[in-house]
Design a protein around this ligand. Structure first.
Ligand code: PLP
Length: 397
């Protein structure tokens, strides 16, 4: 039976409200110079990744044909996971078809009823969803506030296992979590630290394995989630941790057990990617240099860029319409920049999220900084509202 017309009307009303709030999304393929993708090292189109994947398709076919626990298992997955564990310096790693699913898996497998999860207020939706699906209680701590986290952990002492959940590099704010402080408080309180390295893997650390390595706390993290669709240039994600934890995920993580294994050919591309990250540290160095250059240009021009050092540079515009207007003005000049609006960020904090990548040049960075400065100035004349700055706390919880 067809659903009642009331359902379609309800959906139409929601869509209308989104349109009125300048929150309607459209699906736009890439166009122009990339200043918004997560291909930070420029690996997504690298010939060695392409060759690796094509060879693997010819050898292994397209589909994996089943769950890893059934006929979907391949020697290649096991080899790739061993290589990732060596790269990340953990006992083991497990490959999932996306970072979203890896986060759901970790957060629904380990925390149990009676436990507590402490989550940074700006954590990504996949972490929030995993926490919501878990049986543990959740507590939200203020963004990057190790002091507040310590107080909360003290209050929770003796009430089951505590898990602390954070991103290492925050995707929408471009700032770094105080991982060393978190590691120390977790150690003293017996809490398990879970770190989402989505935007840091491939970028930070002497060997490029992420901010956990960059901070020197490899032995103090319970499990990390490392997406393979961003700096690593392919797709999927590795959960990495001690062998006993990863073995348990294989037994119990529902997104792993009850889902068809990814196409085996991702292994060919990811092996090439890991080998490039290991052998070409210049890509990371170049990304760091270009990011510092763009940040300096934007700050000198007086743009509302919060403090930070990373390749993710938010330009805080506050108003949804203004953020969309500036993005469109830049797109018209050939720069692929996207506006980020609620619910991806807190209401009143719409922004441009500029993502630097190693394929840019000094000349492009300078040209883009000028275009962005002009576009923001133009939008200021059109809007007299000023920028929203960082605001909101548990808006997404
Ligand atoms: C912090 C963070 N974690 C997890 C994910 C999800 O990863 P994936 O895109 O592989 O599903 C993202 C993706 O945007 C992210 O930004």
């Amino acid at each position: 039976m067809a659903p009642s017309p009331a359902l379609e009307q309800r959906v139409a009303a929601h869509i209308k409200a989104l349109g009125e709030a300048q929150l309607l999304r459209t699906l736009c393929p890439p166009g122009g110079i990339d200043l918004s993708s997560n291909d930070y090292l420029g690996l997504a189109r690298h010939p060695l990744l392409q060759d690796g994947m094509i060879r693997a398709v010819r050898r292994d076919g397209c589909g994996s044909t089943g769950s890893r626990l059934l006929r979907g298992q391949r020697d290649g997955f096991a080899r790739l996971e061993r290589a990732f564990a060596v790269f990340k310096r953990t006992g083991a790693a497990l490959y999932f078809s996306s970072g979203y699913l890896a986060n759901i898996a970790v957060l629904t497998t380990f925390p149990e009823a009676g436990d507590v999860i402490l989550s940074d207020e700006r954590n990504h939706a996949s972490l929030i969803d995993g926490i919501r699906l878990s049986s543990a209680r959740r507590l939200i701590f203020p963004h990057n506030d190790a002091g507040a986290l310590t107080c909360l952990l003290e209050e929770q002492r003796g009430t089951g296992q505590a898990f602390v959940v954070t991103e290492s590099l925050f995707s929408m704010d471009g700032d770094l979590a105080p991982l060393a402080d978190y590691a120390s408080v977790c150690r003293s309180m017996g809490a398990a630290l879970i770190v989402d390295e989505a935007h840091a893997v491939g970028v930070y650390g002497a060997s490029g394995s992420g901010l956990i390595e960059g901070t020197g706390i490899e032995d103090e993290v319970f499990v990390s989630v490392n997406t393979a669709g961003k700096a690593l240039g392919v797709s999927g994600a590795f959960a990495a941790g001690s062998s006993w934890a990863i073995d348990y995920l294989i037994q119990r993580a529902r997104p792993f057990v009850y889902s068809t294994a990814p196409p085996p050919a991702v292994v060919g591309a990811l092996e090439a990617s890991l080998s490039i990250v290991a052998s070409e540290p210049d890509r990371r160095a170049r990304l760091e240099r270009l990011s510092a250059r763009l940040r300096a240009r934007l700050i000198d021009a007086g743009l509302p860029v919060p403090p930070g050092t990373s390749h993710l540079i938010p330009v805080m515009l506050g108003d949804n319409e203004r953020a969309v207007g500036v993005a469109l003005a830049l797109q018209a000049q050939g720069f692929d920049v996207r506006a980020i609006r609620p619910p991806s960020v807190a209401p009143g904090t719409a922004r441009l999220r500029i993502a630097v990548n190693a394929g840019l040049t000094d000349e492009i960075v300078d040209r883009f900084a000028t275009a962005l400065t002009d576009a923001v100035a133009g939008s200021h004349e059109a809007h007299h509202g000023g920028h929203g700055g960082h605001g909101g706390s548990s808006w997404d919880e």
